[in-house]
Design a protein around this ligand. Structure first.
Ligand SMILES: NC(=O)c1ccc[n+]([C@@H]2O[C@H](COP(=O)([O-])OP(=O)(O)OC[C@H]3O[C@@H](n4cnc5c(N)ncnc54)[C@H](OP(=O)(O)O)[C@@H]3O)[C@@H](O)[C@H]2O)c1
Length: 309
């Protein structure tokens, strides 16, 4: 099968398209014929070796933590799936990923793809969609009527966070640059702050029960965001931790997304029902993956990019 792999950590030039043998599924695994995967900032961090101490990879490594595809074969002990079933999943970060014709997935990370969901574009959802859900509801404990600030709403995770928080009847403030502001308003944000024009603390109009930080902030920016949380509120960051302990009874959570097939199934059902928008900026063939990584490194990606097989 065709796969993009890297044999050493480095810049985008370590990514090579090559022919590799297709593995057979072991116990608890499903072999998935890949329809699409997507680019995530974590793919670049893993490739560059920035996470090698906490998450060492066996090299060569195939990147791509999101998968949309069809079940091709079942490993011993796997039940509940039939060959040809359409599935999506968020794959373990330290195993070979979906930038290949086939990927081995743990059966318990896969969710069924409902009718009406685009099998290519849905590859843009799993990792970022789960991150946003877990940030708001598992860590932030957001409830109806609360005020939430979504920092980084112009990004893929932030866009889903705004949609979920709006649907949960929270008051949603969101930061977005000029290129993303209109899209973020369309997701249901009540107040959009242009973080490129005004310091967020100045424009925020009060404090928030929950603040979720989903942007690559500096430690100082993170501290300023934590300061916007009410006494006893929850500050969740998916990126940089605060440089100083905020005190005031704040619960500070540095989150790491985990796979959850039941949560993903719920998000897929929302997408099928038309209540969750999956926005994709670009669709690129597998042969372009190194170029996509290079563009991401230059800040030149148009937005969420899916990779088609
Ligand atoms: N901890 C975890 O489990 C976890 C999981 C997933 C992702 N992440 C991390 O979360 C971050 C977002 O991921 P993503 O997939 O959404 O990335 P993304 O799609 O590349 O979005 C990043 C967006 O953040 C906005 N942004 C950049 N700097 C900002 C700032 N200082 N203040 C406010 N917004 C800013 C920009 O949007 P505009 O300028 O267009 O508004 C940019 O497009 C990444 O750093 C990623 O590594 C962490």
């Amino acid at each position: 099968m065709k796969a993009v792999r890297y044999r050493e950590y480095g810049d985008s030039t370590v990514l090579v398209l090559e022919d590799v043998p297709t593995s057979q599924p072991g116990p608890g695994q499903v072999l998935v014929k890949v329809t699409a995967t997507s680019f995530n900032p974590a793919d670049a961090m893993l490739r560059a070796g920035h996470l090698s101490e906490i998450l060492p990879l066996e090299l060569p490594h195939v990147p791509g933590v999101d998968v949309s595809g069809t079940v091709a074969a079942l490993g011993p002990g796997v039940t509940g799936w039939a060959e040809g079933a359409h599935v999506a999943g968020f794959l373990p970060l330290n195993a070979d990923g979906a930038s290949a014709d086939y990927v081995l997935a743990p059966a318990d990370v896969l969710a069924p793809l409902p009718q009406g969901v685009d099998p290519v574009d849905v590859a843009a959802l799993p990792g970022v969609g789960l991150t946003a859900w877990q940030a708001l509801f598992e860590h932030g404990n957001l409830t109806a009527g609360q005020r939430v600030l979504v920092n980084g709403a112009g990004g893929a995770v932030g866009g889903y966070a705004v949609q979920y928080a709006h649907q949960a009847d929270a008051y949603v403030s969101a930061t977005a640059g000029p290129r993303s502001a209109e899209r973020v308003r369309g997701y249901g944000a009540d107040h959009v702050i242009d973080y490129t024009a005004t310091p967020v603390a100045e424009a925020a109009k009060g404090l928030f029960d929950v603040v979720v930080n989903l942007a690559p902030t500096s430690p100082e920016e993170t501290d300023a965001l934590a300061a916007l949380t009410v006494d006893g509120g929850v500050f969740v960051t998916a990126t940089t931790p605060p440089a100083t302990a905020p005190g005031r009874g704040l619960q500070v959570v540095q989150m790491a997304v985990r796979s959850d097939a039941a949560q993903l199934a719920e998000l897929l059902n929302r997408a099928a029902a038309g209540t969750l928008r999956i926005d994709v900026a670009d669709r690129r063939p597998l042969a372009d993956l190194a170029a996509v990584h290079a563009q991401a490194g230059q800040g030149a990606l148009k937005g969420k990019t899916v990779i088609t097989l």
